[in-house]
Design a protein around this ligand. Structure first.
Ligand code: PTJ
Length: 254
């Protein structure tokens, strides 16, 4: 049972923290994942802990891009498995995406724990552990280079929540479209992905599922137009303005 009273002014943020700590205690999250979460929290604070207009725009473009894909794959790491396992499985179902576990801090036991959690939440198939179908993503030195031939390696669109910059660059160099969730608009991942959703995954993942369901009714031409009209660099610049406005708004209240 949680020790955090619902009335606490920062209850939501503290509940998310608890999910991460619980994920760590259950062997899903790397120690470093707790630190990565702290960095995310700081940026969420600057955003005002709200899904901003720029995130909504990126979510619409992401949904269109995923629905246009021949083989979309969702890459899952420890933090994502702890924060939104059910949403990952739902997104995969709604969008016809495959799920692949891919860790920066490689650890076979943690991989198995993550797969078990995803399966408990309804996943039928989770790639990322079969050595017979594994291969190497060129241009990457970290453990993330090991990918499944039928998953990330073959994908045309890869969804990489909470990512490190090196792999985003490698995926792009290998001709993939990359969609990321990252609270830091200045990170290399944010700057190099095709579509960056600057929002907390705990808010944005559910919104992406809803948007995929909504856009399923649109034809291919309309989806292509949504993707074509989206400019990631401009959206990131607009996001910095949102942060600035949020901060100046707070200062003027004080
Ligand atoms: O489970 P593993 O071994 O694959 O490791 C996963 C981590 C997250 C530890 C690894 O990928 C890592 O070190 O990532 P970075 O380079 O610290 O980047 C994580 C990014 O995610 C940072 O830019 C954070 O601001 C951002 N972030 C953290 N929490 C959230 C977030 N973005 C969206 N929602 C969050 N809840």
């Amino acid at each position: 049972m949680s020790l955090i009273p619902k009335s606490h002014p920062r209850a939501k943020s503290l509940f998310i923290r608890e999910k991460l700590v619980s994920g760590f205690n259950r062997g899903l999250v790397a120690k470093e994942g707790l630190l990565a979460h702290g960095r995310g929290e700081a940026f969420d604070y600057l955003l005002g802990e709200k899904t901003r207009k720029t995130a909504k725009r990126a979510i619409t473009a992401s949904a269109a891009q995923i629905l246009l894909a021949d083989l979309p794959v969702i890459s899952v790491n420890g933090n994502i498995a702890a924060l939104c396992p059910k949403e990952i499985v739902n997104l995969a179902k709604v969008s016809g995406s495959k799920i692949e576990v891919n860790l920066f801090y490689a650890n076979e036991k943690r991989k198995q724990n993550i797969i078990r959690t995803l399966k408990k939440n309804g996943a039928k198939e989770v790639l990322g552990t079969n050595s017979r179908s594994s291969t190497t993503l060129p241009g990457l030195d970290s453990a993330r280079r090991i990918v499944d031939k039928n998953g990330i390696f073959a994908a045309d669109v890869v969804i990489v929540p909470l990512e490190d910059g090196d792999r985003t660059i490698a995926l792009r160099k290998n001709g993939k479209k990359v969609i990321t969730f990252d609270l830091n608009p200045l990170s290399r991942t944010s700057q190099t992905a095709n579509i960056t959703i600057i929002d907390n995954v705990t808010r944005a993942m559910e919104l992406l599922i809803i948007e995929c369901k909504k856009l399923q009714k649109k034809n291919r031409k309309m989806l292509e137009k949504i993707v074509k009209d989206f400019d990631n660099k401009k959206n990131l610049a607009d996001n910095i303005i949102e942060i600035r406005n949020n901060l100046t708004g707070r200062l003027s209240i004080a």
